[in-house]
Every structure is written in structure tokens, then in C-alpha cells.
Write a protein that binds this ligand. Sequence first.
Ligand SMILES: CC(C)(COP(=O)(O)OP(=O)(O)OC[C@H]1O[C@@H](n2cnc3c(N)ncnc32)[C@H](O)[C@@H]1OP(=O)(O)O)[C@@H](O)C(=O)NCCC(=O)NCCS
Length: 166
Amino acid sequence: MNTIVAVENSDQLHDVEKLAIQIWHEHYTPLIGKEQVEYMLNKFQSVAAMQEQLKQGYLYFLILDNNTPCGYLSVQPRDNNQELFLSKIYVSGDFRGKGIGKKLMQHAISIAKSLPAQKIRLTVNKDNAGSIAAYHKMGFTTTDTAKTDIGNGFYMDDYILELPLH
Ligand SMILES: CC(C)(COP(=O)(O)OP(=O)(O)OC[C@H]1O[C@@H](n2cnc3c(N)ncnc32)[C@H](O)[C@@H]1OP(=O)(O)O)[C@@H](O)C(=O)NCCC(=O)NCCS
């Protein structure tokens, strides 16, 4: 049984941080290397960084499998609510391929429709082939590329994907 809960307190932020550390090390080290993973975890997924993001309108959600946190989602309404930016969607390795990512995406879609936004936009590392395939199956199309300087000599080299909402 899966339940999606809004992240509102420090214990929940610690649960997200713990998931991020585990998932990002396992998934991103082969793609971008250990140093960049550690830099990005500290910059974007530490409890302190996420507390700042919450102040900037980011919303975080945990998905639980029988009370065990197994994934998380972060979104931010942008462009005067015309767009929902999907900032993070992660499922723990043991729980992938069971429809949990799709449930998180459906949650993002329902938030987007309630705004009402015209589209969901996300960025994904160009080498993250499995996740790109999953996004395409969920209806996204690749619309552009973006190379973002994130400091310390590191870059995010991404595709931009969009899901139009009607
Ligand atoms: C991408 C991710 C969130 C998908 O979550 P998930 O729970 O595994 O996905 P689901 O089981 O809900 O699958 C949704 C659809 O995507 C497809 N899919 C999932 N992973 C896939 C893969 N690696 N390759 C191809 N298709 C895939 C599924 O077959 C399913 O399609 P269907 O509905 O046509 O059957 C998850 O695999 C993940 O966290 N990956 C690693 C971290 C990551 O890269 N996150 C995205 C950062 S931009």
C-alpha cells in the first residue's frame, strides 16, 4: 500500500535527505562521479538546503510503502502558475518498476492541473537513459537541452522534457 504525504517537518526532511543520499550515490556516481554527487547532495538535498527551497515555494512529498519511505517528489509552480517545474522524482532501487514513480508523477499532474498549469517541465541528465525512457512512457517529449553551471567547476548537462496538460 502506497501513501503520499506532504513534507512539513524536520523528521520528514531527514527522511528525504536519507533517501537522496542512498539513491543519488547508487544512481549518479557512474554518471557524474562521486565528487559531483557529494557536491550536489550538499547543495540541493541537505535538510538545510531543502528548508530554503520550501521557503521559495518548492513542495516536497514522500511516498511510503507500508510506512517505509521509498521515494520522493519535489515540484515548484513557476511562470505565474502557467508551468509546474518537476524538480525531483526518485524511487529507491528495490522499489522501482512497481508503478511508484507513476504514482508520484500522477500526484505532480494533479497539482499542475489544480493551479491550473499548462505543462510540467523537468530537466534530466543526458546520460540518464532509463529515466528518460520512463519519462517518455509517461507522455513527456524532449523539447530542448540545457547546460547549467552549478559552481565548483561542475555542470548539469541536461535534456529539457515537457508534458503538455489539456
Ligand atoms: C525514474 C523513476 C522515478 C521511475 O520510477 P519507477 O517507480 O521505477 O517507475 P514505474 O514503475 O512507475 O514505471 C513508469 C513507466 O516507466 C517505465 N520505466 C521505468 N523505468 C524504466 C527504465 N529504466 N527503462 C525504461 N522504462 C522504464 C515503466 O515500464 C512504466 O511504463 P509503463 O507504464 O508503460 O509500463 C525511478 O526509476 C528512479 O528513481 N530512477 C533513478 C533516479 C532518477 O534518475 N530519477 C529521475 C531524475 S531526473
